[in-house]
Design a protein around this ligand. Structure first.
Ligand SMILES: Cc1cc2nc3c(=O)[nH]c(=O)nc-3n(C[C@H](O)[C@H](O)[C@H](O)COP(=O)(O)OP(=O)(O)OC[C@H]3O[C@@H](n4cnc5c(N)ncnc54)[C@H](O)[C@@H]3O)c2cc1C
Length: 490
């Protein structure tokens, strides 16, 4: 496929007038695509966020573009208006307040840009940046091809891909961002352009992990691969089986011959009201082989329940939405060690056992393999900025998530998660098991995932940002998410 580049135009001067003027101008130019508090379109966006923290923010107006040119026009209107801050929203699954919504500014809800189109030779899928992965998988299902995207279909193509993206297929094809052959993107001056290997190649690489720091992506062109049905197993174990479960996980992760069809999440769940832990494992094999040998050790651990089936990705990813709740994500990456995972459990148990805030809280500690073969794909596909390299060996990512109904507990839950992560990190550091990498899509607002990519990636991102966004629009006026301007100082 051929993609046209666009020439950068000069940024216009900034005028101080504020968000009211900005919303009025947007409304004048884009009509009913711009909505205000109390209107159905505004409420539809507000009620589509995954977390209560995001849904609680009230933008001055919401733009729902239906073609990429709407985004281009909107950025050109917003950019010169000082004081008019904005947020970019995909499927709204980042939990932290302000990542994809904004109090008093403009929220650009990209979900209307969700067209899916497979190239005639079926090698590239073009998808609007606001689509959900379920829309993608349902569209691709009859073609026997797939793309690397979210495991839960409700998650957005935009946020997941710009932050890296772990898919069931990542050991085979890399991070979701490694499979992007072209980004269609609106730059800080409103220019709509393409970024790929031969056109704005620096921007192309920077967008693979650079999140919302460089532009508003309007379309992703993703490399496809042949894919039929998958094998899916679930095992639930009592917490007393944590030793053998973690041993089985570590044996899979640290195997020098990591099986590329493996997609595994081992999860420890803790309910503060019942003070009970349970282990829940999702073992997917991306080939239709029931009970594959790679999961034999895990399957042999005595379980409360277990099930296996062959199914399609579209059906597997079709998960029911959760009720509105407060959510928190936090993360860390470690070198594989079953003994240390048991220490993580002890630290969490000690930290969480006596903590039962008003309304209760459920903790989910998920462990996911980060095999070096998954990291080897980036070099062949134009690179990314994530800074994790195959030479570092097989690792695993921990995602600590918390969900709780009562917003009164927001500050204390964050404080406890911070304390737990800090204790785990210091212990891992002391034992030589801590990796620097913090996966951006799992990071807490108090973490610094961009800085964790390393100095070379940060300098590169800063150079690309200065070239394409000399007035730092996406740093200063899109305050949500992890910001280069802030983390680049660390
Ligand atoms: C239930 C659940 C399951 C998950 N499963 C996975 C998984 O399997 N693999 C994985 O890697 N991660 C997973 N995640 C994490 C997920 O990748 C992040 O939460 C991601 O940010 C969600 O993207 P979104 O577009 O839905 O979110 P949003 O909240 O809409 O956006 C997230 C961030 O991306 C920016 N952004 C979104 N679209 C654009 C765009 N077009 N241009 C510029 N910036 C944009 C936003 O400004 C925001 O800062 C999961 C999260 C949840 C809640």
């Amino acid at each position: 496929m051929k993609f046209l580049c666009a020439v950068l135009s000069c940024a216009s001067a900034v005028h101080a007038v504020g968000v009211g003027t900005c919303c009025t101008r947007l409304h004048q130019e884009l009509g009913t695509k711009v909505s205000f508090l109390g209107q159905p379109a505004y409420d539809a966006t507000e009620s589509s966020y995954w977390s209560l923290q995001e849904a609680g923010l009230k933008p001055g107006c919401i733009l729902r573009p239906s073609v990429p040119q709407d985004v281009s026009r909107a950025v050109a209107i917003i950019a010169p208006v000082d004081g008019c801050n904005f947020a970019i929203k995909g499927q709204g699954h980042a939990p932290a307040a302000g990542f994809a919504n904004i109090d008093g500014g403009v929220t650009i809800d990209m979900t209307g840009l969700s067209t899916t189109l497979l190239s005639p030779d079926h090698s590239v899928l073009s998808v609007g940046a606001g689509a959900s992965w379920l829309q993608v998988y349902q569209y691709l299902n009859p073609f026997n091809v797939s793309v690397a995207g979210g495991r839960n279909g409700l998650v957005g193509v935009g946020g997941l891909t710009l932050g890296g993206g772990i898919s069931h297929f990542s050991p085979r094809v890399g991070w979701a961002c490694d499979t992007v052959v072209n980004f269609e993107v609106v730059l800080a001056d409103g220019t709509l352009t393409n970024a790929n290997k031969s056109c704005h190649s620096g921007l192309y690489r920077a967008l693979k992990g650079g999140a919302n720091n460089l532009g508003v992506v309007t379309r992703f062109d993703l490399r496809t691969f042949s894919q039929g049905n998958l094998s899916v197993s679930s095992f639930v174990n009592t917490i007393s089986q944590r030793g053998p479960v973690l041993r089985a996980f570590t044996d899979i992760v640290s195997s020098p011959k990591f099986d590329v069809y493996t997609s595994l999440v081992v999860g420890f769940l803790y309910n503060s009201s019942s003070k009970a832990w349970v282990i829940s494992n999702s073992a997917v094999y991306t080939s239709p082989v029931l009970d594959p040998p790679v999961f034999a050790e895990l399957a042999a651990v005595p379980s409360i329940s277990n099930s296996s089936r062959i199914t399609s990705l579209a059906s597997l990813a079709d998960e029911a939405p959760t009720p509105p709740l407060n959510w928190l994500f936090a993360t860390a990456t470690f070198k594989a060690s079953a003994e240390f995972m048991l220490e993580i459990f002890d630290i969490l148990n000690n930290t969480l056992y006596s903590f039962n805030p008003q309304g209760g809280v459920v903790w989910d500690v998920a462990f996911e393999p980060l095999p070096s073969m998954m990291l080897s794909h980036a070099a062949k596909t134009g690179g990314n900025v994530l800074g994790v390299r195959p030479e570092q060996g097989n690792s695993y990512i921990m995602l600590l998530s918390a969900l709780w109904p009562d917003s009164v507990s927001n500050a204390v839950v964050e404080q406890v998660s911070r304390q737990a992560i800090s204790t785990i990190e210091s212990r891992a550091k002391a034992e030589g098991l801590l990796r620097k990498f913090q996966y951006l899509n799992y990071a807490a607002p108090y973490q610094t995932p961009l800085a964790s990519y390393g100095a070379d990636s940060v300098k590169f991102l800063q150079r690309v940002s200065r070239k394409y966004d000399p007035l730092a629009l996406f740093q200063a006026r899109v305050p949500g998410g992890f910001k280069l301007a802030k983390e680049g100082q660390l």
